[in-house]
Every structure is written in C-alpha cells, then in structure tokens.
Design a protein around this ligand. Sequence first.
Ligand SMILES: Cc1cc2nc3c(=O)[nH]c(=O)nc-3n(C[C@H](O)[C@H](O)[C@H](O)COP(=O)(O)OP(=O)(O)OC[C@H]3O[C@@H](n4cnc5c(N)ncnc54)[C@H](O)[C@@H]3O)c2cc1C
Length: 425
Amino acid sequence: MALKEIYDVVVIGSGPGGLAAAIAARENGADDVIVLERDVELGGILLQCIHNGFGMEIFGEDLPGPSYAQRYIDDAKAAGIKFLTDTMVLDITPERRIFATSRGSVIDIQARSLVLAMGCRERTRAQVRLPGTRPAGVYSAGTAQRWVNVEGYMPGNKFVILGSGDIGMIMARRLTFEGAKVERVLEVLPYLSGLNRNYVQCLLDFDIPLQLQHTVHRIIGRDRVEAIESVQVDEKWRPIPGTKEIIPCDTLLLSVGLIPENELSRKAGVLIDPLIGGPYVDDRFQTNVPGIFAAGNVVHVYDLADWVTEAGLTAGKFAAEHAIAERLREKRHIPINAGKHVRYVVPHTLDKENLAENEIRLQMRVRAPIEAPVTVQVFDGDNLIAKKGEQYARPGEMIEIKLKPKRHYDTVSKAGSLTVQVVER
Ligand SMILES: Cc1cc2nc3c(=O)[nH]c(=O)nc-3n(C[C@H](O)[C@H](O)[C@H](O)COP(=O)(O)OP(=O)(O)OC[C@H]3O[C@@H](n4cnc5c(N)ncnc54)[C@H](O)[C@@H]3O)c2cc1C
C-alpha cells in the first residue's frame, strides 16, 4: 500500500479501542484514517478471547471475542479506513510524527491527530517477586490463553493459578474444558480481583477452589515445575507461620494484573498518572499533548470490552474534530519559499487573516553577494504581487520587504504559496 505523508488520524493498535476510534474519526469527517498494528491480524487481544461475554451492552448479544472484533473490522473496512498490519510503531514525537518498522522497511508519517490504543500487558513473575528456582512451566495467563486458543498447544496438565484476575479465572475454566486439572487459584488479597460473574461461571461451576489471602511462597522444580509451596498471609501480606502447603503441579499461571502499555506515549511527552499507569486525559480523551488522544486499556484497565469501544468512539470523534481544525489552519497558512538567490525567508508561513489587519515583514538573506542594483520580488504563484529595489544584495546584510493589508490582502491567494526572489535589475 502506498503511504501518504500526512494523515488526518493515525491510530496505533487495532483492538476494540483502536477500531472504534478509527470508525468514529471517519464518521466525524476525518478523510484519511490509518490504523497501525504490530500483529499480523486485526482485532487485538480479543482474538484470543474465544469465550463469550462480549457485546451485551452495545449489541445486547453474548458474543465470543473474535466475533465481536470482526463486527468492527468489517465496519472499519466498509468506512474506507486503511490498515497496516505487521507494523510496529517504535517512536512518536509531540508533533505527532510516527516512526515504525513495517514488513522489512521503516515508515515515517505525520498525523494531524494521533490516537494511542496500544492496550495493556500482563505483570510478570519478576514484577511480583516470586522466589524459588526458575524451571519451565511458569507462564502468564494471557500467554497460556494464546497457546491454547490460537496456537492449539496445551502448556501443562496440572495447574495452580496465582491471582484471581479475570484472565486467570477464564483460563481455569478453559484448561478444565481441555482436560487439565486446575488444583487451586490463590489470591493474596482478602477479596476477588476480577468480576464476580467470572468467579461463579469459571471457578464455582467447575469446583475449582479459590483461596483468598494465599500466595506462592516458593516454586519447586529444577527443569520443570514439580510443585509450588503456598502460604497464607495476613493483611500486610506477611506469611502466617504454620500455613505452608506443598501443592504438586507442573504449571504455574500468573494472573497478577495488567499494566497499560505506555512506553511510546512517554516518548511523545504524554504525562502518565502513576496510580493507573495510563495518560492523564480530559473528557475528550485528549492527553496533555494537543492532538494526541488515548483510548481503551492504554488509559486504564476496563472491566468490559464494550466500555473500551465506547472510549474509542469518543476519542475518535474528537481526534477527527482536531484534525479538521488542523487542516483549516494549514490551509490558512501559506508557505513562503526562498526563490532565486535567496537562502531563506522568515516567516516561513503567512496567515492570510493576519494580513487582513497587519503589515507583514518578510526578511531574508541572499546566498552570495550581488554587487549591482537588484529587485526583491514576491510572487504568488506566477503573479508578481510586491517588489522593491536595492542597490546591492549581500549575505551579511538582511533584506526586508513588507506586505500591507490594503495593497496585498486581495492579491495573496487562499491556498497557494509565496516565493521571494532577488534578481539583478
Ligand atoms: C493477555 C490478555 C488477555 C486478556 N483476556 C481478556 C479476556 O479474556 N476477556 C476480556 O474481557 N478481556 C481480556 N483482556 C482485556 C482486554 O485487553 C480488553 O478487553 C480489550 O481487548 C482492550 O482493548 P484495547 O483496544 O484497549 O487493547 P487490545 O485489544 O490489547 O489492543 C491493543 C493493540 O495494540 C497493538 N499494539 C500495541 N503496541 C503497538 C505498537 N507499538 N505498534 C503497533 N501496534 C501495537 C497490539 O498488538 C494490540 O493489537 C485481556 C488482556 C490481556 C493483556
């Protein structure tokens, strides 16, 4: 696909947040909308969420994740939105320049509005400081979800799950369907950290025990997990003596929290709320950087994909509004080019509305001395609109020519560009 240099709206990430933002941007007047996605498929994490439970609020239907995502993929394609998959965004600037690797090449595009929709990632073993050996068989619940649901691979037979987050509980049920034994779900907090609905449908209905105020004290096993040692903790997470228990298993899944994915956002100067790990946003989902919006789990971890979609719709609508205002501003600002013998001109652009009321001074330097009388000329396209004589032109001496409201407002075109040149008389 041939890329443009500048897009009205660029969206990073094609999960429900990104797809909704792209669709809303098109619906609200953005012309060129492109979604950049590092995966080879569109849809984000929903592609591996093959269980139902998606879409009750928006569609009044109980859909599996991939079906939910497909509805928005179809709508986005019908709306003329461009997609670039297999494209990893590596850097973004506060001026909304985007650098990415895409199928073996590097791309560099400009956005009038940028929507961050990179979702979130899972906390790892290191982040929860689990002691013990480092055998195979310790995975995040999301990794296991991808293996079982997308790759068709079972990571083990006998599981313990640490953390009562939704992904962990959903995986407890999924692994049971696939014939595995889930021995226990351990939760360090005195309450469930996921949805009660998932506790009932995924643990209670399958007789999988949940132990609150319990954690993994030690992982046992050299090459492969052989057991974990669990322990009960007090309200300050201190182990309670005499409560350790060895639970034989070959796999430990971690479902210990999600972190909004904001390394890119920081590069563009987006301020992050340390409490939630996502950008500070206003009611339009605009960050502190003008023209950079954020939607979905990149901001905070939502309970429902429907709410992610709704956040994306809001961000996309206002991203379009911002892009249209930018487009109008660009149209009003006429570029001023350095023509024959001129090295540069300041200002670089001219706002025609400013010229309606104010005199504008164009200042320049020539490239090389011209020791003869010269004429400084300002062209609007082919039309000479201003000129001025000088006895000579030297790089060390700045030259100035003025554009005046009464004389020049009508002669400056609306969408063209000006060129200033210095020629020998
Ligand atoms: C591992 C995991 C499992 C989950 N399982 C469930 C579940 O079973 N049920 C449930 O309701 N919710 C689940 N969630 C929550 C889920 O994230 C939300 O329901 C929803 O998918 C969030 O939508 P989103 O658009 O914000 O992000 P996502 O759906 O995560 O989409 C973000 C997209 O951004 C892309 N991306 C990120 N960085 C870049 C980059 N630099 N360049 C290009 N593309 C990039 C990613 O590849 C991804 O496609 C899970 C979350 C995770 C992390």
